[in-house]
Design a protein around this ligand. Structure first.
Ligand code: PLP
Length: 626
């Protein structure tokens, strides 16, 4: 994996410059220097860095690409976009997003009442708001309130029941009004074509959402009967997230386009927009062979514009405005999770740890000889001998013929011989050698929680690009697996010999080593769970001034222990009292010690759950490394 696949996934947002990975923007600072500056302020544990310039890049690319496609085809409808809040509702993200998108008439999509409140407060008047998902009467009433505020809001009907509630709410809000104000209405259609991939369930007959063709006709009649047909202006579909293949989109576009045209010809004359939902994919892969997306944004935009134009032409209706609700595409790149490596587990397999005896058992002596004399020409043979000896020696141990020191020497020597053999035979790349990498893989213990910060890895096996922030002018040689600090064996990103990750052999008592997890800006934050009570990490927004220098803004520290417990509805007053009482009443300690322990416990309570120190490291360097 050359350059950790940066050329595949990074979209030129990051570059390797000498030893470090840098932001390819303005003064091009390294992620390492930003990380160190934040840590010097006293923030330890994992850090979530947000880069608004990368949100801006995605938004401007989306609008530019559709503008280009529209121009190329002479398309007469307009292009609009909204951000689906479910992808990231964190204020540091949403505030940056709304700030950046001012020039684009960009709005928000809401799928719940709480999201709708965010949309109503953060969307500028006039910019579109779309409301999808299941709605009760209150939620529909909120849409009417938003319309009466002056918002350009469209409520999407997902079922006939919702439509009936809209009519009811409309009567309540507008029955006496000479100038009734109601939200615009959209209809979500149930596609017969379905998406593909792990997020495909949003489309197709069995989808949770949308009206069948029979229901569409029924909705049309109901709207007409209640003189609301003039509000029906949008046809909506969403085929699922991370659409790797463009083909299902084209099918869905034809289906939706024809529904749009037929409803319009039937008499829904106000109908003038088609909302293609989200689904635009992000390339997460670090290996050419596992790329996740088979199309470019150009192709995507051209297909949408071309197909809508074709259908409008053949059915002789106006070309509709095009709306997208792409979320992943807008948000994924904007954040990087930086996490410190705490320990390399198998570092004990080191020559320094050998304990040779005056007289070693013969097989172990032979392992010493193999290790000292292995070279390119004999590597394969010696490797096989070593593996064979290891089996015998482990049996000898079980039978009580050799002792623990001998067993330790065996494990170290065989590990070292495998490493040497893989190195000597590296040009051959045989299956056997690949398999042996599993055996010598280094386990990196990393100060983060995969459940909190990469939930889609845990739940769906979604890969996220990972690379070290430093040492990049040195070739990494350790086949690596990554372990998080939860007590759960699912919190492991295992070594995959088909798509291997190699990391550096680091002496953590001498230098720090950080891993960056990239493209974590979409879905991961709010889906993240507090397994073991590890919470949302400390976050910061990184902006750039006119000189191109970076600034660290809006730092929000991970929740402290008491706030975590309060979130679970513990009475923290009682916890506080209980801790104090138990220290004060302890018969094991002196009053002086009690005071000291109370001081300590209050300090710890004010800090977050992530690890601050690892014993072995702090002893050797006196510093805090975690
Ligand atoms: C989730 C969702 C989106 C966003 O999908 P992405 O794949 O993140 O672009 C858009 N529209 C609707 C209706 C959704 O449910």
């Amino acid at each position: 994996m050359k350059n950790f696949g940066l050329n595949i996934w990074s979209d030129e947002n990051f570059i390797i410059d000498g030893d470090t990975v840098n932001i390819n923007y303005a003064s091009k600072p390294s992620l390492l220097s930003i990380t160190q500056e934040i840590r010097e302020k006293g923030y330890k544990g994992p850090l979530l860095l947000r880069f608004p310039h990368l949100i801006e890049k995605q938004i401007s690319t989306l609008f530019k690409t559709f503008a280009k496609a529209k121009k190329e085809f002479g398309y007469k409808g307009n292009f609009h976009a909204v951000f689906p809040l479910k992808v990231n509702q964190y204020p540091n993200f949403v505030n940056a997003l709304m700030d950046i998108s001012k020039g684009y008439d960009y709005g928000l999509e809401a799928g719940s009442k709480a999201e709708l409140i965010i949309a109503m407060t953060k969307t500028p008047l006039g910019a579109p708001i779309t409301v999808n998902g299941f709605k009760d009467k209150e939620m529909i009433a909120l849409c009417f309130i938003a319309a009466k505020m002056g918002h350009n809001i469209t409520v999407t009907i997902e079922g006939i029941g919702e439509l009936k509630t809209i009519i009811q709410v409309n009567e309540e809000f507008n029955h006496q009004s000479a100038t009734p104000i109601a939200p615009k209405i959209g209809v979500r259609i149930r596609l017969h074509s379905s998406g593909i991939g792990i997020w495909a369930k949003s489309g197709g007959y069995s989808s949770k959402f949308g009206l069948t063709s029979t229901e569409l006709l029924e909705a049309y009649e109901i709207l007409k009967e209640h003189t609301l047909l003039g509000n029906l202006w949008m046809v909506h579909f969403h085929i699922g997230s991370q659409m790797g293949d463009i083909a299902p989109l084209k099918k869905a576009l034809r289906e939706a386009g024809n529904i749009y045209a037929d409803l319009k010809r039937r008499g829904a004359t106000a109908l003038s927009a088609i909302n293609i939902g989200g689904g635009l994919a992000v390339e997460y892969s670090q290996h050419t062979a596992s790329q996740e997306r088979n199309y470019s944004l150009n192709e995507f935009a051209n297909d949408v514009v071309y197909l809508m134009q074709e259908i409008a032409k053949s059915k002789k209706v106006d070309e509709p405005d095009i709306f997208t609700e792409s979320g992943r595409y807008i948000a994924a790149a904007h954040s990087v999770l930086v996490a410190p490596v705490l320990e390399l587990f198998s570092q004990e397999y080191n020559e320094k740890c050998l304990r040779p005896k005056e007289k070693n058992p013969p097989l172990i002596q032979e392992l010493f000889d193999l290790f000292n004399t292995i070279k390119r020409t004999n590597a394969r043979e010696y490797l096989h001998d070593a593996l064979d000896h290891m089996e015998s020696l482990l049996t000898l141990f079980d039978l009580g013929y050799i002792d623990l020191e001998d067993r330790s020497n065996t494990e170290i020597l065989v590990n070292l011989i495998i490493k040497k053999a893989i190195f000597l035979l590296r040009s051959e790349g045989t299956d056997e050698l690949k398999k042996l990498q599993d055996r010598i893989q280094e386990r990196y213990l990393v100060n983060f929680s995969a459940f909190q910060s990469l939930p889609d890895f845990w739940g769906l096996g979604q890969h996220f690009p990972v690379m070290p922030l430093s040492n990049l002018s040195t070739k990494p040689t350790n086949p690596a697996s990554i372990w998080d600090i939860t007590c759960d064996s699912d919190g492991e990103i295992g070594f995959d010999r088909n798509f291997p990750l190699y990391l550096h052999d680091i002496d953590l008592s001498k230098e720090e080593y950080f891993l960056g997890f990239f493209l974590t800006g979409a879905y991961q934050e709010v889906l993240g769970m507090k397994h073991n009570l590890f919470t949302h990490p400390t976050e910061a927004v990184i902006t750039f001034d006119e000189e191109g220098e970076y600034r660290i803004e809006h730092l929000i520290e991970a929740q402290n222990l008491m706030d975590v417990l309060e979130d679970l509805d513990y009475d923290t007053g009682i916890i506080d009292k209980a801790l104090k009482y138990r220290i004060e009443e302890s018969t094991l300690i002196t009053p002086d010690e009690k005071r000291e322990l109370l001081g300590k416990i209050y300090l710890y309570l004010s800090e977050n759950s992530y690890l601050k120190t690892i014993q072995a490291i702090s002893e050797s360097t006196q510093g805090e490394k975690a």
